[in-house]
Ligand binder design. Sequence first.
Ligand SMILES: [Zn+2]
Length: 403
Amino acid sequence: MEKRRTVPVRLDVDSDDDVLLRETVDEFLWTANYVTRHAFEGEYVTTSKTTLHDDTYEDVRDEGRLHSNHVQAARNKAADACKSVVERRKQAKKASIPHFTSPHLVYDHRTATFHNDYVSIATVAGRIEADYVLPDKERDTPHSAYFFSDEYETTGAELHYRNGNWMLHIHCKRNVETDTSEQATTENGTVLGVDLGVNNLAVTSTGTFWTGEEFDHWRREYEKRRGDLQQCGTRWAHENIESIGRKEEGRFKITLHRISNELVNEARETECSVIAFEDLTDIRERTGASWGHKWAFNRLYEYVEYKAAEYGIEVEQVDPENTSRRCSTCGFTHPDNRQSESFECLKCGYENHADYNAAKNIGLRYLRRNQTGDDGGAPVGVRLNSGTLNVNGEHEPPASLEA
Ligand SMILES: [Zn+2]
């Protein structure tokens, strides 16, 4: 089985290269739109990549300066978009001719070379090199661990321009062992720590983030519409509020089922025998979460609990005290260690995303609570995205790196 990750990395691009990248993106979008328009010219929409290639490749190459693999990537992008239009129309849904405007560019191994500290990427005027701007030097950040891990290989990337920055979304993959007999004989498992919150609904000690954006969007929409209807004040309006409530609740639940499935899969793929959450009782007071969030946290916990049980994975709650203020590396606890989403230990200088630091602490707390002296199958480590954290908070690299 393959496990895929996308790692967003900001690039340090000087003004000359910035101009080149803009020109390259413009030609890429122009090409994708040219191929798309061509696909819609005939009686039927052309979706075959080979046909589109034969029909448009020479024109595009004559017209622009794109690397031949960028021409192919733009044509593939166009073909995929055309295919989805055809699919939608088959289902009698509305679908207009696609038009690409958002600034992005698709890279593969012939147009990009990924080095440790920088990337070399093709433009309309040859290659440029750009340094990565990483959030910190820690190798176990969600950002860098996949990318720097020997277990992952890079498969390509997408370049995006957003808020004045060039961002490279690097795709990585790794083959995950699925030999169940091997998993069954794992004597001492590891624990997956999970932090719940408002900005990020859930973050694991392996560095996977589920943002709260989707949830917030629906909640705001719901409250807005409920507000509008309440102003009408009729019986009809009241019934509508209830039906919107049921509909929204159904949507939230679908999202929460998806997240819980992904969370349980994460535990299985990383061979965790326990998933640890913080105690949910006073979570509103601690995190400033709304009643809606509290409802979502409880549902998510329930779903994870019964889904994990199918695979023999235990789900537990631990004492949440100070998990967000404590440094997961040295144990120093202080309210000023945390500034909203960023954590920086005032004692040892450890820096990381605050929710990720908390997820590690939740895993560690479970580990310490269950240190009984005999190793009767109790987990021995907190699962990180590369290696584990032992009961003393020390990082242990994955077995494959020790060899
Ligand atoms: Zn520290």
